[in-house]
Write a protein that binds this ligand. Sequence first.
Ligand code: OOG
Ligand code: MG
Length: 253
Amino acid sequence: MNLNDLAKIVDEAALNAKPISQLSLENKFSEKEAYEIQADSIAKRYERGEKLVGVKLGFTSKAKMVQMGVHDMIWGRLTDGMLIEKNANVLLEKFIHPRAEPEICFLVKKEITQEVSMDDIKDYISGVAGAIEIIDSRYQNFKFSLEDVIADNCSSSGFVVGEWHDVDTPIGDLKMDLIIEGEVVQSGSSKAILGDPWESAVAATRLCAQYGQVIPEGSYIMAGAATSAVYLEKNQTVKVEVENLGSVEFSIK
Ligand code: OOG
Ligand code: MG
């Protein structure tokens, strides 16, 4: 199968919330080709009217790498179809087997077209917030190789962003809790995200520049989860609470 055929398979799996077997079991493709599959599959969303609203990093914490058995950072694209309003109710049927994870999100102040250094990154960002990412691998049993998950747009499925805070708010070592139905199910520190979530914003600029992806003004950069992700079930309220950044929640129905 060619790369576009593979893109069609992951796109339709996401669209119909129907799991597929790992693409890499039957097809050999490189990491670079996996990013081409991702770009092709996202192009199909654009054709249906979705818009790019940001980018996300994955496997920026040890906890996530260990949980998923992978060894490298990845990046994916966020569209407006994935954006979930704060406190919204989302239907479980929209997903295959959703998991939630606690993240930090950055708001992009001006378009980023090249790698930005740690010294300059704050010139490009206007706010930081606590956030929830909902990942939903299109692969059966949430099992994949690094190439598979890249092709599947890094399991991106939904995200909820909390209130914005000033860029000078210290975010290097904040307690981050994932709370489901009032119970803390994961707890970690923002430090788990590459030692400092700002490193994640810098890495996003590097990876996007490498793959020719412009990060638009007004878009979001999701830094990656600080803890392992947790499966969601019907009728749950899911909250992320970040020290000094407040809390953000949504419900699954
Ligand atoms: C891939 C996405 C990883 C993160 O924050 O590390 C990710 C997955 O775990 O399915 O979003
Ligand atoms: Mg994530």
